[in-house]
Design a protein around this ligand. Structure first.
Ligand SMILES: Nc1nc2c(ncn2[C@@H]2O[C@H](COP(=O)(O)OP(=O)(O)OP(=O)(O)O)[C@@H](O)[C@H]2O)c(=O)[nH]1
Length: 396
């Protein structure tokens, strides 16, 4: 009996131990499936009890950069609707510095004429050959035949009378100033009467520098704190209208323009009407310069002047001439002066021509003073014409 009891207890103990092992094995198998095959194989295994109790590690692999926590997008600050940037206005160059700068340029382009004359006149003997060379020098500079003969005659007389002690330079200076005619009134008529604006019509053939000159005059007036309106009545060339609009924008001056090909007279009328309405000091009108025939030109410019004068009297008609065109320029000058009452001449491109003598020739031809000279393509390269400064630039 005792032996049977030992046998039953032994079997019972074996059954209990086997059951415990079976349960533990099953539990271990369940945990491994949850983490994944690779990790289950490589992970260091601790004791069976610890695996069961601790939560699976969630540490990310160190080779991967930490994933930034997603952030809620920041609300964008409300932006005010963008306002168009105000154009930066240019400040045109003041008169004093412009004149000083341009005198030097004039001396650069015209100095050869004066120096050439001085060299010839300073010879020990002024024989016929020398006088002929003096004439040729003046003619080559476009002074014109009659003024050349007059000047040579005057110089001959004075140098003969004053003899060997004559100051050749000052004699030449005086005679040149007389030739250029210091007595003419060269002021620009840019002011109107009775509260009306001054009205300046700018005429001339295309390419002479009309539009550029209108822009440059506007800058001179703006530099003098005058209110200005521009009229783009050169409606035959769209680019001329755009060009003028740009000149205006740069100094904050209104430009009245019409559609391409519209009636120049109506644009001119509108420009002056706007100027009167806004109470500006000066309206400058750029006109078209088609020279296809005199009758057509006369019709066009005559009409512009007539309609403009319904608003305010025209105070100045400026004829723009390209100094480099020589005799051609003189022919144009004649035609324009027959069509409109030219009151002043603007000689452009004197910087690119050694033929400053055209100043004398054109004044003689038209009986009208040169009032302004263009001395470059820069926006402030326009200067009032003064005979003394001109002659000094010639003589260097
Ligand atoms: N060197 C030099 N060039 C000038 C001068 N004045 C004008 N120009 C140039 O001459 C060219 C013609 O000038 P514009 O003002 O367009 O001539 P325009 O008479 O109005 O001609 P359209 O616009 O065709 O009617 C431009 O390239 C100007 O820059 C000047 O005094 N010196």
């Amino acid at each position: 009996m005792g032996e049977w009891l030992y046998l039953v207890i032994g079997i019972a103990a074996l059954v209990v131990l086997g059951g415990v092992g079976l349960v533990a094995g099953t539990l271990r198998g369940k945990r491994g499936g949850a983490v994944g095959e690779v990790e289950q194989r490589d992970a260091p295994t601790g004791g069976a009890g610890t695996d069961l109790l601790e939560p699976p590690t969630t540490t990310p692999p160190t080779t991967l950069p930490p994933v930034p926590a997603p952030q809620a997008p920041e609300p964008e600050a409300p932006t005010a609707p963008a306002e168009p940037a105000a154009p930066t206005l240019e400040r045109p160059e003041g008169t004093a510095s412009r004149l000083q700068r341009l005198r030097q340029r004039l001396a650069g382009s015209q100095g050869g004429l004066g120096k050439g004359l001085l060299a010839l006149l300073s010879r020990d003997r002024l024989d016929e050959d020398t006088w002929e060379s003096i004439e040729d020098t003046l003619l080559a500079a476009d002074v014109g035949v009659k003024p050349t003969q007059e000047l040579v005659e005057q110089l001959r007389t004075r140098l003969r009378v004053e003899g060997a002690g004559a100051d050749v330079r000052s004699v030449l200076r005086e005679e040149l100033v007389t030739l250029v005619d210091a007595g003419m009134d060269r002021r620009l008529q840019v002011s109107g009467a009775d509260g009306a604006p001054g009205v300046v019509l700018v005429v001339g053939v295309n390419g002479a520098g009309k539009t550029t000159t209108v822009g440059k005059i506007a800058r001179i007036l703006v530099a003098e704190d005058r209110a200005v309106t521009l009229g783009a009545a050169d409606t035959f060339r769209a680019a001329a209208v755009d060009q003028l609009a740009t000149w205006g924008e740069r100094v904050g001056v209104d430009v009245v323009r019409g559609a391409e090909g519209s009636d120049p007279a109506s644009v001119a009328f509108e420009a002056v009407r706007t100027g009167v309405e806004q109470g500006v000091d000066t309206v400058i009108v750029d006109t078209a310069g088609r020279l296809q025939n005199k009758a057509g030109l006369m019709d066009e410019l005559g009409k512009v002047k007539r309609v403009v004068e319904k608003q305010a009297p025209v105070t100045e008609v400026l004829l723009v001439l390209d100094a480099t065109t020589g005799q051609n320029g003189m022919i144009q000058a004649r035609v324009f002066s027959e069509v409109v009452d030219v009151t002043g001449i603007v000689l452009t491109k004197l910087d690119g021509s050694a033929k400053g003598g055209i100043v004398v020739a054109v004044q003689r031809e038209l009986g009208v003073p040169v009032k302004l000279v263009g001395l470059g393509e820069g926006p402030d390269d326009l200067a009032p014409f003064t005979p003394e400064a001109f002659v000094d630039a010639l003589l260097g």
